[in-house]
Design a protein around this ligand. Structure first.
Ligand SMILES: [Zn+2]
Length: 360
């Protein structure tokens, strides 16, 4: 319900029917003054996505404390007093990924090997200086040096190997990249070869891509890897979206004997609620993890472990409440379901990672 004033006229602005009361009985539009302030439009938008007028909190409470309950209510047709699952998914995943992407962004420094070697060297130099400060005699100094060498330190004259020419962690030399400077060159060489000497479809595709990448990034492997990882991270929302119908299919198969009661969409709604719970759950976990890194409080690790166990138990309990089978059958199906999900998740990761290579 909006808070705009009602119109004096009784003809519906949307469909022209005569309106009795606040809502049109033909099309459902609220018979209010069509002119609205910007502020009103903004609050309307907020109300619309969250239903802060009450159902938001009712839904959140039920979602957190009654595993599987909301999905069942939805399936049985009791829907008006709760937020719609899809709307809830869109809202929580937006919030989740907004926070996720602001926290997990890989920069070139993070993956540069050269950079890491420099950091280690700096570390050793600091230790050396500190140790020398405390050394009283020449013998002490020699012993400190011996100790450092045991740890892998080499004096600055020999130094760490220079990684300038080496690829940074990930290698994109998929094909015979180094032989060709440009894709054009590769193509013309390929075209001049007799048919049986030409590269096959996949080899050709991968070689062309790696030459193109080297061309684009001028051989800067670090920048390439950074782009790739970030692209991959940003494909996670799509990956989850694709996983939904796939996982619903697994549930459909696991509960195939109950197909008359549980339609494909019912499994989907069950999963959407589970995903929404997982988003909130992971936000808690990430928050705790950040706190642990900042404070060194050891007991946070224990809370995290409890949180993970609670999450697993929640999912199991949700499955039991929604599908109404005994513990034995539910636990068995839960295990099978998790294995199927993990295996297909690895597969999805590979597919999305390959897509990321083609997007950078
Ligand atoms: Zn109407």
């Amino acid at each position: 319900m909006s808070h705009s004033p009602l119109r004096k006229e009784t003809d519906c602005l949307n469909c022209g029917a005569i309106v009795l009361g606040r809502y049109c009985h033909v099309c459902g539009q609220e018979n209010v003054e069509p002119k609205e302030t910007f502020w009103h439009m903004f609050t309307h938008f907020l109300y619309d996505i969250t239903h802060f007028d009450g159902s938001f909190f009712v839904t959140l409470k039920d979602l957190l404390f009654k595993p599987g309950f909301l999905s069942r209510e939805y399936m049985l047709g009791r829907r008006k007093k709760y937020l719609h699952p899809v709307r809830m998914y869109v809202f929580t995943s937006a919030v989740f990924f907004l926070i996720f992407f602001s926290l997990f962004h890989v920069s070139e420094d993070d993956i540069s090997i050269k950079n890491q070697a420099t950091k280690v060297k700096d570390g050793f130099n600091t230790i050396k200086e500190e140790a020398y400060k405390n050394a009283k005699t020449k013998k002490d100094s020699i012993e400190i040096m011996n100790g450092l060498e045991l740890l892998g330190y080499k004096d600055s004259t020999e130094n760490f190997p220079d990684h300038d020419d080496e690829p940074g962690g990930l290698s994109f030399s998929l094909g015979r990249t180094t032989d060709y400077a440009t894709v054009k060159e590769y193509d013309s060489v390929q075209n001049s070869l007799p048919k049986n000497k030409k590269d096959g479809g996949i080899t050709r595709m991968m070689t062309r891509k790696s030459i193109a990448l080297n061309e684009k990034y001028k051989g800067d492997q670090t920048r390439m890897a950074t782009e790739l990882i970030n692209k991959f991270l940003h494909s996670f929302p799509y990956l989850l979206f694709v996983s939904l119908p796939l996982y619903a299919l697994f549930l459909k198969l696991l509960y195939i004997r109950h197909r008359k009661q549980y339609y494909f969409a019912d499994h989907g709604v069950f999963l959407i609620h589970l995903y929404v719970f997982s988003f909130l759950f992971m936000l808690c976990y990430i928050g705790l993890d950040k706190l642990a890194k900042k404070t060194d409080w050891g007991f946070i690790g224990i809370i995290e472990a409890i949180l993970i166990l609670t999450g697993l138990f929640y999912a199991l309990k949700a499955m039991k409440n929604f599908y109404r089978q005994g513990w034995g059958k539910t636990i068995l199906k839960f295990i099978i379901f998790n294995i199927l999900c993990l295996v297909s998740l690895v597969f999805l990761f590979v597919v999305f990672f390959s897509f990321s290579i083609y997007q950078i």
